[in-house]
Structure formats: C-alpha cells, structure tokens
Design a protein around this ligand. Sequence first.
Ligand SMILES: Nc1ncnc2c1ncn2[C@@H]1O[C@H](COP(=O)(O)OP(=O)(O)O)[C@@H](O)[C@H]1O
Ligand SMILES: O=P(O)(O)OC[C@H]1O[C@](O)(COP(=O)(O)O)[C@@H](O)[C@@H]1O
Length: 321
Amino acid sequence: MFTLKKIGILTSGGDSQGMNSAIRSVVKTGINNGFEMIGIKRGYKGLMENDFSKLELKDVGDILYRGGTFLQSARSEEFKTEHGQLKAINNLKKAEIDYLVVIGGDGSYRGADALGKRGIKTYGLPGTIDNDIPLTDYTIGFDTTLNVVTDAIGNLRDTMSSHERVSVIEVMGRNAGDIALQAGISSGVDAILIPELEWDITKVSNRLKHGFEEGKTHSIVMVAEGAGKAEDIATLIREHTDLDTRSTVLGHIQRGGTPSAFDRIFTSRMGHEVINLIKQDISGVALGMEKNKITYHTFDEIFKSKDVFDKKLYEIFEDLV
Ligand SMILES: Nc1ncnc2c1ncn2[C@@H]1O[C@H](COP(=O)(O)OP(=O)(O)O)[C@@H](O)[C@H]1O
Ligand SMILES: O=P(O)(O)OC[C@H]1O[C@](O)(COP(=O)(O)O)[C@@H](O)[C@@H]1O
C-alpha cells in the first residue's frame, strides 16, 4: 500500500513569537505538497516520551497571530545523553517519521545535529528572541521583541520624566546584545551596555550627569542581561551621580505578544523553503535569512561560524547620544 512520507515538527528551548506562524507554514505547505505531518509536544522531551499526534490543516488554524507555541517547548537534560537520543530515535523509527523539523536556538540545533549524525534527516529554523544564531540576519521573534521592548520603554519614559529619574532597563540576551542595541536605538536611550563590549560606569555616569545639567528630565540606560544586573547598575549610577535611579527587569514579557508582520512573513517563507529542501532530499541544514533571501547552511557550518556583532550599528548609536 502507498503511504505518505511523514514529517515531524517540534519547538525547543526558549519559545519566541512567530513559532506558531512557522509551524503553520511548515504544516500547511507540507500537507499541500503531499506529506503527512506529525506534531511532537514539548520539544525533545516529547520526542523521548513518544508524545506525537497527526496534524491536519484545521489544527494550525487560528494560530498565525498567537505568540508562544501550541506544540509547547521544553529544555531537557536527558536528551543531551546518548540514552535520551537513542530513545528519541527509536520513537521516530517506530512512528516511521522520515524528516524532523526543529524550531529553536543554538542548543536545539545541537540536538538536531546529534540526531542527524545518528541517521535522522533534520532541519533547523532559528527560533529565539536573542538573534544570536550565526548565518542569519534575523531569528524568529526578534523583531516582535524589539517592538514589545520599544513600547515598554515608552511607558517607562513617561513616569521617569515626571520624577526626573534615570531608568535602568534590563532586557534579555544572555550572550548577545542585539535586543539591547536595537531596541535601545529605536527608543533613543542614553547608554547601552552589552556583553560584546566593555563598559565604564564613570563614562556612563558622566554622560547622564551632563544630560541633566543641559536640561534633560529623564535618562534611560539599557542593559542586556549578559552585561550586568539592572539593580546593580542603578546603584552604581546613584553613587556616581546623586541622580535618582530606578531599575526595571522586563523579563518574560519580552517573549510574548502577537508576532509582528515581519515575523509572520519571515516564518511563512522559511516554512515554505524547508518543504522545498525536503522534496530535494537535502538534510542536516538550518534555514535563515541573509540580505532578504531565505538561505540554508549545514549545522556544522553554523557551529563553526560566529554570530557577528554589528559594530557599525553601535557606532551609529554612539553618534546619536
Ligand atoms: N549539545 C547538545 N546535544 C544535544 N542536545 C542538546 C545540546 N544542547 C542542547 N540540547 C537540547 O536542546 C534543548 C534546547 O537547548 P537550549 O540551549 O536550552 O535552548 P535553545 O535551543 O533556545 O538554545 C536542550 O534542553 C537540550 O535538550
Ligand atoms: O525562560 P527561561 O528558561 O528562564 O530562559 C530565559 C532565557 O531564554 C531566552 O529568552 C532565550 O534563550 P534561548 O534562545 O537560548 O532559549 C534568553 O534571552 C533568556 O536568558
């Protein structure tokens, strides 16, 4: 009897806005091109626990504009072990899944690559708000997060201005300052502290002091979580300047909300392309966008590359303060 080829799909690591849109695109394009689609719950955890179900077109209705991921996500230590990976492979084989699409960040890519080295045809889509994956200009959810952070800073500015305070705002980005830098520029902040560059509290403080002397009614300092804690930096600034400071950690609010039009279109394009690659039997690759083209590279190429920090953008910022 003729059976359809099966594609499994899962979301893994920190979720990001646009993951649902990516799932929708992969599932719709897959079904419309004659594949059977299988949803795997809770990332690699569900893969090891056999938490699989067939997805129909109706299952991905009404999710395009929802944040989060309806397949849910998880981090799993067990999956990093040989035992965990063999359990996952056994389940994939039993379910006769021919291809596996993984939406997640660098850790999830390492998991997909490990499965690939054990004979599974795997594909990565860059799902993380941090924008820290090499060989793609954007990651899924990054653009939405920039908009969420920009809105939040607008609200903080109002009250900081009334009280003539300095607001120190901590945003996500364990190892990357992309959210801090880009949302900092879009919000017109006064200083940006990121893990990629050394910062000097005296220089930052002098800049803030000078701004208030020139008549500013508030100042905003943006800190990526990988560069320091907002509370500590607010204390240091108070000690160096005598200005009144407040700290805010934006936290997980940054990972929610309806995906931006950009994230919806970006993920729709990548979902389409991954099915194209499957049809050509190209595997062991992750997709992304470079210079507005959807591109793909092997996992090895991605692991060997460094996520390039946009120095030019930081220089632009320094000329805007
Ligand atoms: N080196 C690795 N080998 C195999 N699996 C890994 C590896 N690193 C991470 N993973 C799996 O991928 C999951 C997600 O990775 P994590 O780093 O938490 O998030 P992200 O994918 O967003 O970077 C981990 O919980 C783990 O199950
Ligand atoms: O939600 P959790 O598990 O506390 O993780 C928080 C981390 O997840 C992120 O939002 C995304 O990180 P990953 O892409 O590596 O999962 C980081 O910016 C943040 O440090």
